[in-house]
Design a binder for this molecule. Sequence first.
Ligand SMILES: Nc1ncnc2c1ncn2[C@@H]1O[C@H](COP(=O)(O)OP(=O)(O)OP(=O)(O)O)[C@@H](O)[C@H]1O
Length: 219
Amino acid sequence: MKTTIELENISHEFTTDRECIRLFEDLSMTIRTGQTQAIVGPSGAGKSSLLSIAAGLEAPTGGTVRFFLDGTNVDARTLRANSGFIFQQFHLMPELDAIGNLALPLRLKGARDAFDQAADWLAKVGLSDRARHRPHQLSGGEQQRIAVARAFISNPSFIFADEPTGNLDARTSESIASLMFDCARETGCGLVIVTHSRRLAAQADTRLHLEAGKLEMAA
Ligand SMILES: Nc1ncnc2c1ncn2[C@@H]1O[C@H](COP(=O)(O)OP(=O)(O)OP(=O)(O)O)[C@@H](O)[C@H]1O
């Protein structure tokens, strides 16, 4: 049974006091579990906006977005509850330690073994010895490993990553990329990454290039 996100002929624009910014028109794409996709293109083309729409965080100005989980048409809220998010700025809770950050999504869902699962994931991302460290005591790469684990810990159908390596050096970026793609392939979720990094985009099954309102398959 299909678990997909279907964007059909969507358009999006922002109207401010001074101007109307048209990002795209008549854009269609499908996101599936078991597939990894990168969205590339120049700054300001609307990549993050497209990701927000696909993730059900924002509604497009026009067109249709449909979310299916195991064949059932669900609303954006349900899609979001079945999705994980990874951001450039990590967005960990500063007052919680590493294991507390990892356990949080599970605790919010009422899981009794939240801390046991969090400990397993900490080991998986190689940070067991940092369990009691708070985000400001961790390097950027370590914080992003926690953020990647936090995104995957609830076994989501989809992961959305917006410039996940944008704040990291080349070597750390490589290790975060490997971690994300390995986890996505292991869990069979759908992974969508917005990135300016060619090396990161090259690891995805497909690459889509967004520029001047047009979304095209890229090499
Ligand atoms: N809430 C908003 N109100 C008005 N304009 C917005 C809003 N959000 C985004 N924009 C504008 O829409 C355009 C596309 O932004 P978006 O962040 O989606 O692009 P992007 O391709 O992800 O860029 P980058 O690669 O620089 O992150 C930009 O010109 C931005 O200023």
